[in-house]
Design a protein around this ligand. Structure first.
Ligand code: ADP
Length: 475
């Protein structure tokens, strides 16, 4: 049964719902209607048998009272038949010894076959009930009860029957009603299922239509909020919040691409200009050398910017830190600080490093190197000769705190609020010597975020800055 259902199972969700709704609805209704029919048939049968029993007994009593006067009995039965309005009776008397038919009513007789088995049973003092079909044109079916009575030492086999048509009539009518009921049930189930499926699937159809309309040009469109917080409501909420994130990511990418194009265009234009000027006429070799050296510097800056941008694109795409390992932060900090010692010295800036041993965090060692490298690079860049820089690292409760302090240019409050934005450069750093492209600190913040830490800056214009990085210590 199940495999048959599976084979004819429809493919569309709506049709599937209608199909299963109908199966669930019609199945029990069908069983119930069949049960009603079976019960009714049984009930009518029992009633008919009781009636048959009473009437056969009465027939027996009349035979006992009137036999052997067959004519008298015949007249009585004729009157009896005439009075019957509903159940047309059938009477037959046989001589038990010879099996000869002594009387049949009504007249002219219907040819109801004599069942030898029933006669034998009655003769032996028993009784039986059977359904017998009359022979000939009449082809009527009777329910016949056979009993035996003894009058004056002579045994008669009596057969009393009723036409089953009376019994079948109500049953046929019941059958018709039940068939109408089944047709009604099937119709109601399919129509109800269709209506129910349509109503429940309508929000999905609307959602699909709205989603099809949302293109990159209409990313701000949202699905209408549902008043009822049902399953569809939470689906709408989930889709809307996904659209929020997609919209943000899309605009973020757009802004980032525009920024990148803008940031690379200026140095490229400068470079092109310088090269064009250099090749515009014949020049002495040292002028060419100077032009090439300058071009090389700019190409180096451009490569660095592109490297940073690639790094940011990679870090941006990760929601959590890939390949997390235990990192000996003390060793990483000492390693990172090493080249800056020479740079600071060359610039006339003092650099002191004070890193406590056994500082362990979980993360990506190269990214942590980039983080502190960028902070030290800025400190050296923005601290003029004669200034000093210190890097201290300590364990504080559950965190490792790294503070990089300088006595350099410092920043105004307004600048401090924006330095972590991409491509932000304070006015003072726009000069070619110090200025980067303004992505170093956005990389720093992204790395800190991915490590589950936080970063603070305290700075005073003209007095110096302190960057504090707190990273969760490894357990
Ligand atoms: P850049 O490549 O321009 O240094 P960053 O993202 O690293 O870009 O820094 C953004 C801006 O923050 C810089 O232009 C600079 O004005 C300011 N800044 C960063 N570090 C310091 C510092 N230690 N002292 C003063 N200003 C700083």
């Amino acid at each position: 049964m199940l495999s048959v259902l599976r084979k004819i199972r429809p493919k569309s969700l709506r049709a599937k719902l209608v199909f299963w709704y109908s199966v669930v609805f019609i199945g029990p209704a069908l069983v119930l209607l069949l049960l009603i029919y079976a019960r009714a048939t049984r009930y009518l049968q029992t009633e008919a048998n009781s009636f048959l029993k009473d009437e056969a007994a009465e027939f027996g009593r009349q035979v006992e009272a009137r036999m052997p006067d067959v004519t008298n009995l015949q007249q009585y039965l004729k009157l009896e038949i005439g009075e019957r309005r509903h159940f047309a009776p059938f009477y037959r008397i046989l001589d038990a010894a010879s099996g000869k038919i002594l009387l049949v009513m009504p007249q002219p007789p219907v040819d109801v076959p004599v069942a030898a088995e029933a006669v034998r049973k009655a003769r032996e003092g028993g009784h039986s009930v059977e359904t017998v079909r009359a022979r000939g044109e009449t082809a009527k079916t009777y329910q016949v009860r056979t009993i035996a009575v003894t009058v004056d030492g002579r045994t008669y086999v009596l057969q009393y029957g009723i036409l089953l048509k009376r019994l079948h009539g109500p049953l046929d009518r019941l059958k018709l009603y039940l068939a109408l009921c089944i047709a009604g049930t099937v119709f109601t189930a399919i129509a109800g299922g269709w209506l129910l499926a349509s109503r429940s699937l309508q929000p999905m159809t609307d959602t699909a239509r709205t989603l099809r309309e949302i293109r990159s040009t209409a990313l701000d469109r949202r699905l209408p909020e549902r008043a009822v917080k049902d399953e569809m409501g939470s689906l709408t909420e989930a889709i809307n919040s996904m659209l929020d994130e997609l919209e943000q990511a899309f605009y973020h990418t757009q802004a980032f691409t525009a920024d990148v194009a803008h940031e690379l265009r200026t140095p490229l234009a400068t470079l092109r200009c310088e090269v064009e000027v250099a090749v515009s006429r014949d020049r002495p070799a040292d002028e060419y050398r100077a032009a090439l050296a300058s071009a090389l510097e700019q190409i180096k800056d451009l490569s660095k910017s592109i490297e940073h941008l690639l790094f940011l694109a990679k870090a941006d795409s990760s929601t959590s830190l890939p390949d997390r390992t235990r990192v000996d932060l003390a060793a990483t900090l000492n390693e990172v600080a090493e080249p800056f010692g020479m740079l600071a010295e060359a610039k006339g800036v003092g650099l002191s490093i004070d890193v406590a041993p056994d500082l362990v965090v979980e993360g990506k060692p190269e990214w942590l190197g980039t983080l502190f490298g960028n902070l030290l690079d800025n400190a050296v860049k923005y601290t003029p000769a004669g200034g000093s820089i210190s890097m201290r690292a300590r364990r504080e409760d559950d965190c490792v705190a790294v503070r990089i302090e300088d006595t350099g240019a410092g920043m105004s409050d307004e600048e401090q609020g924006r330095i972590f934005d991409r491509f932000y450069r304070a006015a003072k750093s726009h000069s070619r010597e110090t200025g980067g492209v303004g992505i170093g600190l956005s990389i720093v913040r992204r790395i800190v975020d991915l490590h589950g830490g936080r970063i603070n800056v305290q700075s005073k214009l003209g007095q110096g800055s302190t960057f504090e990085v707190m990273l969760p210590a490894a357990s």
